[in-house]
Design a protein around this ligand. Structure first.
Ligand code: GLU
Ligand code: MG
Length: 424
């Protein structure tokens, strides 16, 4: 059949989903300049599709402009359409960044940290999901059998990631039934967030071609472990040298890293509504599920919100400093990686600016918010976080999330899990 290659331009929006528009590939030179048309209210599309509330109405024109540095072109060589897309920025018609562009939120956070401390974040996203193309059997947790029974999904997924410019680190059968995990190599923050979006889309693209689905929803079933997204992070100085480790200091963290992570903890009650942004996220953040419930920084504890990761087989101090990093765990795939990582970096930059100390190790750490409405109340009360967003974006975010919480408030935990598993 006659065919012509198409390209799609993507924004990963407030719902954490990849949305945008397509055009014939031959128009790329023009589209690199003028992007594809978008409206303010497109930002307000709920995870389920409908726009329930919007400050923008039907007015306004924006464009999603493809970033040539964030192009994916993967030919699966099976006769299916080529996966050709660009991650893009939502811009005003004059080409300047729109206040509500999720990718620009992260970019502003990166600038803020550079301005405050001349530091940058290097990050890697670890993401969990279910693959529907396999059956669950008792004893499958981390099992070679479970790894084998996913068939060629894993091999195609890893190949697709590599073809998309993302370097895979590990792929494994996780603890839960039909649950898998993928980790990719660390990159500077903006690229790391791009790679998180690309990783989800490559998993979806491969599963789709095999006639199945992947489910990234934070809690696919109330009785099973959730799907976490963990952000592994370290700081580097302007010359790219590791700047997180300082042996003998509290938690072996350098002074700027102590302030950075103190800021992350300080703002966590409010930023939880950005990193764990859906009603179903709070079914994941429960005790005994390998997910965090407290606002804490702990050495090598997978129940903590911030986990200081181990250093493996490092022979030199330099290698230790290079490996040493912290894992941010209270996030999931309902969050746009741009907003989640942006919120963490803004919080860390604020911690450095205010020279916040790490919390005392004595005494019980505070709890994470227990529901999305709780977290949104904390967000609404934070003038600092409002400043990171800007007035239009902050209002849009709160409206979006409040109406989302209201719309599913009557669902039972099982119904809520089922509803979100359809979408994510
Ligand atoms: N599934 C757990 C979560 O919801 C994480 C398990 C792990 O430590 O990788 O975050
Ligand atoms: Mg895991």
């Amino acid at each position: 059949m006659i065919r012509e290659e198409l390209i799609f331009v993507v924004t990963c929006d407030i719902s954490g989903l990849a949305r945008g528009k397509g055009f014939p590939a031959r128009e790329l030179p023009l589209r690199l300049k003028k992007g594809v048309g978008w409206t303010g209210s497109n930002l307000m599309m709920s995870p389920f599709g409908p726009i329930w509330d919007t400050p923008f109405g039907t007015a306004g024109d924006f464009m999603i402009v493809p970033d040539p540095a964030a192009e994916v072109r993967v030919d699966f060589a099976d006769g299916s359409a080529i996966e050709h897309f660009f991650l893009g920025d939502i811009c005003n018609t004059d080409g300047s960044a729109w206040e509500c562009c999720p990718r620009d939120f992260l970019r502003r956070a990166i600038w803020q940290l550079e301005e405050v401390a001349h530091l940058r974040v290097i990050a890697a996203f670890e993401q969990e999901f279910l693959y529907t193309g396999t059956s669950d059997r008792p004893g499958d947790a981390y099992a070679l059998g479970a790894f084998r029974r996913q068939g060629c999904f894993g091999e195609s997924f890893v190949a697709a990631l590599r073809a998309a410019g993302v370097v895979p680190d590990t792929f494994l059968a996780e603890y839960g039934p039909r649950q898998f995990e993928v980790t990719v190599m660390p990159e500077p923050a903006l690229t790391a967030a791009d790679h998180a979006v690309i990783t989800r889309e490559m998993a979806r693209a491969v599963a789709h071609r095999l006639g199945h689905r992947v489910i990234f929803s934070p809690k696919p079933d109330p009785d099973l472990v959730g799907n976490g997204v963990h952000i592994h992070m370290s700081l580097v100085d302007a010359a790219g040298r590791p700047a997180t480790h300082s042996p003998g200091e509290p938690m072996d963290l350098s002074k700027p890293a102590q302030h950075f992570f103190a800021g992350v903890l300080h703002h966590m009650p409010a930023t939880c509504s950005i990193t764990a942004p859906s009603p179903v996220s709070y079914l994941r953040l429960v005790p005994n599920a390998w997910a965090p419930t407290l606002i804490d920084l702990v050495r090598q504890d997978r129940g903590a919100s911030l986990r200081i990761c181990p250093v493996f087989a490092a022979a030199t101090a330099n290698e230790v400093a290079r490996q040493f990093h912290v894992e941010f765990r209270p996030t999931d795939a309902a969050a746009s990686p741009y907003l989640a990582l942006g919120a963490v970096i803004f919080a860390g930059a604020d911690g450095i600016r205010r020279a916040l100390p790490l919390p005392a190790t004595s005494g019980a750490p505070p709890s994470l918010p227990r529901s999305l409405p709780d977290a949104l109340d904390r967000l609404a009360a934070s003038e600092t976080v409002a400043g990171w967003f800007g007035p239009t974006h902050f209002d849009a975010y709160l409206r979006f999330k409040r109406v989302e919480a209201e719309k599913v408030a009557e669902l039972s935990p099982a119904e809520l899990c089922a509803r979100y598993a359809e979408v994510y």
